[in-house]
Design a protein around this ligand. Structure first.
Ligand code: C5P
Length: 475
């Protein structure tokens, strides 16, 4: 990231910060349900509390006409983690004055619409997929007003980690890194590198192995007995001398490297590509002002909690945590997170044991989960099914479930080996969805759509055909 780009980004954030400060009356915050959406809205809400303003928050699945129609009216609107592709609709439907803090690639360049001010890193040459998320943008807005605190820094880092922006070898990069460095210099955050298993370093090792889904550990994820055997064979006791479970934090350095080596061997033997194996190692960001025993102490766990709350439609609990509740909401979130993992395990075992869930078409495969999997969980299930080789990885996996208002939620995942052949699924999904009266989009390996139920068969046929044409053309 060049300094010039960052100063251009600061120019954009300072302009919206001024607009936010100048406004008055009721603020309406609109955000996406994922970890970055909940974290970014929490930062803006904290900022508004410091400015002594009134606000309401709405959490939506996407910003389409239906969700726009359902928004409450206020005096000033703030859209976080969405909005760049809907600026014209936002203004047309009268949700102005408004600011938009979005990091998703806009459909086209900046759209100039009266009374709306947009911050999107892509507009100033910063990669919004890797270098800053909506939470980072919200943090920069607060920073311009000299109102940042450690909680906001934690949320900024958590949002970025929730969007997997920490997957570079050195962890967070670009403006995200500047935010971390600033927080480190204030003694708010520390970072260390090591194994990126779930719940490391606090959780029992068996659970850390079992619940790691990014990357998925084939043969271990969601299989407790297999994880116990794996530790046994690696010569690492699952329990300590006092009978309490062994955690990663309890291991001696020599045991940590033995575990790492055993995992690498295990994954390579399962045919996982070395890049995915690499992603097992990385940075952990520790929030020094959170209690040592709290799941909010580590960025990845904080992000997982928010993610689980959002996906199980308990986003209110996630927001309460973002706003500072460390009691009731936190214990609720821990229960939600457990329930989320339990459900994922249940869906995956159903799919694994019943091949009829997946239907092969010519060039795609369809995983029909209507009535079984909730629309917000579909993407996660889709990702795991493909990355754990529970389906044919040479074709895109198109998962379907019922959504609200007689619509179908579609989640498409493409294996890396197929995307390396030049297949960019996002535009194909967008085109097929729009042809049947829905909307959609995405990128090379992940795309999604919302389509009317009656258009589902045609949508699948169109996607199957365009995929065939794309493959025949060599990508
Ligand atoms: O919902 P899911 O996780 O499957 O979405 C995958 C990707 O597709 C996301 O990056 C999202 O931005 C994009 N998407 C979209 N339009 C939708 C749904 C998803 O552009 N209606």
């Amino acid at each position: 990231m060049s300094g010039g780009n960052f100063s251009a980004l600061s120019g954009l954030t300072s302009r919206v910060a001024e607009k936010l400060r100048e406004a008055s009356g009721l603020y309406v915050l609109v955000t996406h349900y994922d970890a970055d959406g909940l974290a970014s809205a929490s930062i803006i809400a904290r900022l508004l509390m410091k400015l002594d303003r009134d606000f309401v928050i709405r959490v939506v699945d996407q910003l389409d006409e239906l969700s726009l129609q359902s928004l409450p009216r206020g005096d000033f609107y703030v859209f976080t983690d969405l909005g760049s592709s809907s600026i014209e609709s936002i203004a047309k439907m009268g949700f102005t004055p408004a600011i938009v803090l979005d990091h998703h690639e806009p459909l086209r360049g900046q759209v100039k619409v009266e009374d709306t001010w947009e911050v999107n890193p892509h507009l100033v040459g910063i990669n919004g997929g890797r270098e800053i998320s909506a939470s980072g943008l919200a943090y920069l807005v607060a920073k311009h007003l000299n109102l940042v605190d450690h909680d906001m820094a934690y949320l900024a880092v958590t949002g970025a980690v929730g969007d997997r922006q920490d997957s570079a070898p050195n962890g967070l990069v670009g403006p995200n890194k500047l935010i971390v460095e600033e927080a480190m210099s204030k003694g708010w955050i520390s970072s260390s590198s090591g194994l990126r298993l779930y719940g490391v370093p606090r959780y029992p090792l068996v659970k850390s192995l079992m619940y790691t889904v990014d990357p998925l550990l084939p043969g271990l994820t969601y299989d407790e007995a297999a994880c116990q055997r794996f530790l046994e064979v690696t010569g690492i006791p699952a329990k300590k001398a006092d009978g309490s479970p062994m955690t990663y934090g309890d291991l001696r350095p020599e045991e940590k490297s033995r575990l790492a080596t055993a995992l690498i061997k295990h994954l390579l033997a399962k045919g996982i590509n070395p890049q995915a194996v690499d992603s097992l190692f990385g940075f952990t960001y520790e929030f020094l002002f959170e209690a040592e025993s709290s799941p909010l102490r580590y960025a990845h766990e904080y992000a997982q909690l928010l993610n689980a709350c959002g996906r199980l439609k308990r986003h209110g609990v996630g927001l309460a945590i973002g706003l500072g509740d460390r009691e009731r909401a936190l214990s609720q979130a821990e229960a939600i997170s457990l329930e989320y993992r339990r459900r994922l395990a249940q869906y995956l075992s159903l799919i694994r044991n019943d091949p009829s869930y997946i239907r092969l078409l010519n060039n795609i495969q369809v995983l029909k989960l209507s009535g079984l999997v909730d629309d917000r969980v579909l993407g996660a299930v889709s990702s795991i099914v493909l990355s754990s080789y529970m389906c044919d990885v040479s074709r895109p996996l198109v998962s379907l479930t019922t959504s609200s208002h007689g619509r179908i939620k579609v989640s498409v995942r493409v294996h890396e080996s197929l995307s390396r052949r030049g297949v960019d699924i996002g535009p194909l999904v967008k085109e097929a969805a729009e042809k049947v009266g829905g909307s959609g989009g995405g990128h090379a390996v992940a795309a999604g759509a919302i389509i009317p139920e009656e258009g589902c068969d045609v949508f699948l046929k169109l996607l199957d055909e365009t995929m065939g044409l794309r493959l025949a053309r060599g990508g």
